[in-house]
Design a binder for this molecule. Structure first.
Ligand code: NDP
Length: 408
């Protein structure tokens, strides 16, 4: 099969993935971009041509229709399908890849439309079919999940004998100047942040009410102090499975008071509901209607300033001694906009997606079956992060600093 990639999804993340794949064109081969709305693919291709002098071929496809996707895959014969559409599309796209004989990767795990629940079980169930077909499926190659899994795997490979405690901290210190907007697809974002919180402790996931635990967090290098909230995030599920010494895993994300008060009001009036209601004889889902009136995250780059700071605080043992590290990246919204015309949340997702694709297409990462990020060698991914725009830092912490999440 010819070396080539088909990117699916022409939203905020798809825009960055297309630019970064173009920067790695020597590894990618032919680059195709397909989505439900072809005009969005054409706009991205024009921007890539102008900035990177690389041509991308565009196509229309609705990937909920597996037969239509299989026809496109048989026509284009890409080695890899890089899925940056929505989590609802993961299973139909995995089916299509199996039927057409393509490798598969994504950045977010499957969610059914009618149930706000995300877990890897649905996608792990495809392992035997991908193995028997001799195909590789890579799950979660964004930043979180994605880079956070790789930071943890790298720390285990080089810095620890055993990791016991993991805190993943995702701070967006950016300001987009809007009263209320989400940094990636509003429907997926709101389903995620309103979900019951789950964290891993002593062999089981423990549930607590959404947003019920929070604390201030001061980012390094002057990014600032932000309130971070404990919530569920999918990489904890794969990390505690593949690194069973982890006793406690928690995920924290920053939210501004304005974001939270708007979200509360939207929840209170029923606008975040995902069950259909009848409006003038037509069924609509309130959250999907809300998405239609909110700002498009892909358009926020022009007005967003400030920085993101995402990383892992890891505690464990090396040579029988306690050890703690903080591994992180700081990314500047305005620098991302200058480079590719996007804000940093799309950028920090799109760069690792393109890196994952490059490692599959170059044969650096390979396998038969369905794999999470931490099951692969982290070293080439960590090198590529430094080369393609997401340089990382690693600092040693005292026990007191790690326990209180004081990294500055
Ligand atoms: P957007 O809503 O901006 O873009 C989604 C794109 O997918 C749109 O172009 C949309 O088409 C297309 N699409 C939706 N349904 C279909 C379909 N049935 N067939 C074909 N195309 C379809 O989302 P984002 O770019 O913000 O996010 C993309 C993905 O990245 C999401 O899965 C999100 O969860 C994930 N993500 C992962 C992160 C990580 O760190 N791991 C962080 C942030 C996001 P149309 O324009 O016609 O609607």
């Amino acid at each position: 099969m010819k070396k080539s990639v088909l990117i699916i999804g022409a939203g905020g993340v798809g825009h960055v993935v297309a630019h970064k794949c173009a920067q790695m064109a020597h590894v990618m081969g032919d680059i195709h971009l397909a989505s439900r709305t072809k005009s969005k693919c054409d706009a991205i291709a024009a921007d890539v041509l102008a900035r990177e002098q690389v041509s991308i071929t565009t196509h229309q496809v609705d990937t909920d229709d597996v037969d239509a996707t299989v026809s496109l895959l048989r026509e284009l014969q890409p080695a890899l399908v890089l899925n940056v559409a929505l989590p609802y599309q993961d299973l139909p796209l995995m089916e299509a890849c199996l039927r057409a004989g393509c490798h598969y990767m994504d950045t977010a795990n499957y969610e059914p439309r009618d149930l706000a629940k995300f877990e890897y079980g649905w996608q792990w169930a495809y392992h035997d079919r991908f193995r028997e077909a001799g195909l590789f499926a890579l799950l979660g190659s964004g930043f979180d999940p994605g880079v956070t899994n790789i930071y943890t795997a790298w720390a285990l490979k080089h810095e620890f004998d055993e990791i016991e405690l993991l805190d993943i901290i995702d701070v967006n210190g950016g300001d987009h100047g809007q009263a209320f907007a989400t940094n990636f697809n509003p429907e997926i974002n709101i389903r995620e942040v309103t979900a019951t919180c789950r964290h891993w402790e002593n062999g089981a996931f423990r549930e607590t009410p959404p947003m019920s635990l929070h604390r201030p967090f001061t980012c390094p290098q002057g990014v600032g102090t932000y309130e971070i909230y404990r919530m569920y995030h999918e990489e904890m599920e794969s990390l505690v499975k593949h690194i069973p010494t982890i006793r406690r895993a928690q995920f924290w994300m920053s939210f501004s008071p304005s974001y939270l008060s708007h979200l509360q009001a939207l929840q209170d009036v029923g606008m975040t509901r995902i069950d259909p209601i009848l409006y003038k004889g037509v069924e609509i889902v309130p959250l999907q209607f809300l998405k239609a009136v909110l700002p498009n995250p892909g358009d926020l780059g022009r007005t967003t300033h400030g920085k993101t700071c995402i990383g892992c605080v890891l505690q464990g043992k090396k040579n029988g001694q306690y050890k703690a590290l903080y591994i992180y990246n700081i990314c500047d919204h305005e620098a991302c906009f200058r480079e590719v015309g996007s804000q940093a949340v799309s950028y920090t997702t799109g760069v690792p997606a393109a890196i994952g694709a490059s490692l599959i297409l170059s044969g650096t990462w390979s396998g038969k079956g369905v794999f999470n990020m931490e099951q692969n060698d982290p070293d080439p991914f960590m090198d590529a992060l430094n080369r393609y725009g997401l340089p990382w830092q690693c600092i040693e912490l005292s026990r007191e600093q790690a326990e209180s999440l004081c990294v500055d």
